[in-house]
Write a protein that binds this ligand. Structure first.
Ligand SMILES: [Zn+2]
Length: 336
């Protein structure tokens, strides 16, 4: 608006000058005509002055019309640009506001989901812990007649576990293990140290057989391994010197992940006292991020000890999980 006033004032000034010049021109012309006859010299001078004034007038007229058209042009463009600019600003601010609203809605939804998950976890006895220790219950040598009992205990506590299987009478239970959301891993097809640790080739032939069996029973290919006796076993030395050093490397190269353990109930060593199994199963490495507990789903004593072991860790707020290929593995020191 200020620009407009300034422009108009300037325009009016120019117009004023032109009017003044026109008046002067008429006056001079009249004087020239009046004295023209008597004073020929003065007439020449006056004639020159009239010409000059006339030129000045037309030059001022040209300037005025140029100035006027330029002003019109500028003010038209300015109005147009400023209106377009204002509309653009308004659109942008609306757009940003709707984005902010959308994000706030998302944050609210996520907060709702988070509190629902926390409630669900609390009611199922599981705790959503961040950065705490995770407990991995692992069962070797099954499936057996007690595997379904183990699965029922796990379901009761909403806990997921891992079963490193071998071939036997209860192969069909492998499907049940997977259906109930647990991980299935490869232990061995033939649980005979002398057979599987005879040579690297013998080990891998056995691994392929159990892998094929798991695939045929469950429709899933497993890349999780537990070596019979663990990677630290020395019994294999009797059959093939250095075999564990070699096959622990080559299974990894073939895309498998092997898991040992850092806690065990001792159920495979003839312990049947429930309290003793619970005590062993709850004696865990305090500094380890992942607690991998070795048990066997071939022992009825394990079925009885399992609830107390689970309750112990749940009371501590620790979460349970099934092993996956992404789980940071617990490895023993290879002894052969
Ligand atoms: Zn075993």
């Amino acid at each position: 608006m200020k620009i407009l006033v300034k422009k108009l004032t300037k325009r009016q000034k120019i117009k004023g000058i032109v009017v003044a010049l026109s008046v002067l021109l008429v006056a001079v012309a009249s004087v020239s005509v009046f004295f023209g006859i008597k004073y020929s010299v003065a007439r020449k001078q006056l004639s020159q002055a009239v010409n000059e004034l006339s030129e000045l007038q037309s030059s001022m007229n040209v300037q005025l019309s140029e100035e006027a058209s330029r002003y019109n042009e500028i003010s038209e463009n300015r109005d147009f640009e400023s209106a377009a600019y204002e509309a653009e600003i308004e659109n942008k601010s609306k757009e940003y506001q709707s984005k902010v609203d959308e994000l706030n809605k998302k944050i609210n939804d996520l907060n709702k989901q988070l509190s629902q998950k926390k409630e669900q976890a609390a009611s199922s006895g599981q705790t959503v812990s961040s950065g705490g220790q995770t407990v991995y219950l692992t069962f070797d040598d099954g499936p057996s007649a007690v595997t379904v009992d183990i699965l029922n205990v796990l379901d009761k506590y909403s806990v997921k576990a891992t079963f490193f299987v071998t071939s036997g009478k209860y192969n069909s239970v492998m499907k049940e293990i997977v259906n109930r959301g647990h991980s299935i891993g490869l232990h061995c097809y033939n649980h005979s140290y002398s057979a599987i640790y005879k040579s690297d080739e013998a080990y891998f032939a056995d691994l392929q057989k159990i892998s094929d069996l798991v695939l045929s029973q469950t429709g899933k290919e497993s890349k999780l391994i537990r070596f019979p006796g663990g990677s630290s076993n020395t019994v294999s030395k009797k059959y093939s010197n250095g075999i564990m050093s070699r096959i622990t490397k080559s299974v990894t190269e073939k895309g498998y992940v092997y898991f040992d353990w850092n806690c065990q109930t001792g159920d495979a060593e003839g312990i049947t006292d429930i309290n003793k199994l619970v005590k062993n199963g709850t004696t865990y490495p305090k500094s380890a991020k992942n607690i991998v507990i070795l048990m066997h789903d071939t022992k009825s004593a394990t079925v009885k000890a399992l609830p107390q072991i689970i309750e112990f860790y749940q009371k501590k707020g620790m979460k349970f999980a099934a092993l996956t290929v992404s789980t940071a593995p617990v490895h023993h020191k290879v002894g052969n």
